[in-house]
Design a protein around this ligand. Structure first.
Ligand code: HEC
Ligand code: HEC
Length: 200
């Protein structure tokens, strides 16, 4: 597949880190790329992808950018579905179900990241299994406030973690591609907002 599509993954990573400027730069490069050599019946998806990339490039905040990236991911999935190809789901399937330790914030973050990744592939592949597993993984995170350097995290941080957990429940109930994109966009914005605030 075209290498430049990977800019979308760079956008995703930047948004997760809360780095809107970097996300915009990467999105802009994807929006400007010339895919004119592609077959006509691919152009519909390429243009959907580029429209959402262009929206990210001018996004006013992480929420807007997250929403557009989620829609972009559904354009990836649309083309794969139509061509009956795309990322192999073997990797997703091999991992099976996970058990998590939850001794501190880092453990909680590893679980978040795993779940977010499954949901991303849920949209991009698209994979029903990936989506459901990621959603369940988030919805089943522990309710307690995790420790950070030996102390429980502050109440505002804990509240944000509970909101992430709630999005896992929303994601489990989201059946349509549109509903899933909506949840995923909110999720990514929340990861990025807190990472930006905590500068980590
Ligand atoms: C216009 C159609 C189309 C769009 C849009 C598209 N893909 Fe693909 N993708 C393909 C095809 C066809 C393949 C099969 C392998 C190949 O031809 O290289 C593929 C394969 C893949 C693979 C597995 C093979 C590899 O290169 O590792 C990944 C991962 C992937 N796509 C990710 C994405 C992501 C992420 C996006 C959105 C940013 C996307 N694709 C958008 C058509 C598309
Ligand atoms: C309320 C704040 C908050 C939210 C929400 C949040 N994070 Fe984090 N994240 C942190 C902090 C603080 C750290 C640094 C913690 C540490 O020491 O590992 C971190 C670190 C990480 C790390 C690095 C962990 C490591 O191995 O060092 C990853 C990956 C991560 N977060 C993913 C996510 C994802 C994905 C989401 C959204 C689904 C998310 N985070 C949501 C606060 C948050």
């Amino acid at each position: 597949m075209n290498r430049s599509f990977w800019a979308a993954v760079a956008v995703r990573n930047a948004l997760m880190n809360g780095d809107l400027d970097e996300a915009k730069r990467q999105a802009d490069s994807l929006a400007r790329e010339d895919f004119g050599g592609y077959p006509d019946d691919w152009q519909h998806w390429v243009s959907a992808m580029q429209t959402h990339a262009a929206d990210i490039a001018v996004a006013g905040g992480l929420d807007d950018a997250g929403r557009s990236l989620a829609l972009l991911a559904t354009a990836c999935g649309g083309c794969h579905l139509e061509r009956n190809t795309g990322p192999a789901t073997a990797e997703l399937q091999r991992q099976g179900s996970q058990t998590w330790k939850d001794e501190d914030l880092t453990d909680r973050m590893k679980q978040h990241f795993w779940a977010e990744n499954e949901m991303w592939f849920g949209l991009v592949t698209p994979s029903e299994l990936g989506w459901r597993r990621g959603a369940r993984g988030l919805a089943q995170t522990f309710l307690t406030a995790p420790d950070d350097h030996g102390e429980p995290v502050s109440e505002p941080v804990h509240e944000q973690l509970l909101e992430i957990r709630q999005l896992g429940e929303d994601a489990s109930k989201a059946g349509s591609t549109e509903a899933r994109a909506h949840v995923y966009g909110q999720l990514l914005a929340k990861c990025g907002t807190c990472h930006h605030q905590t500068a980590r």
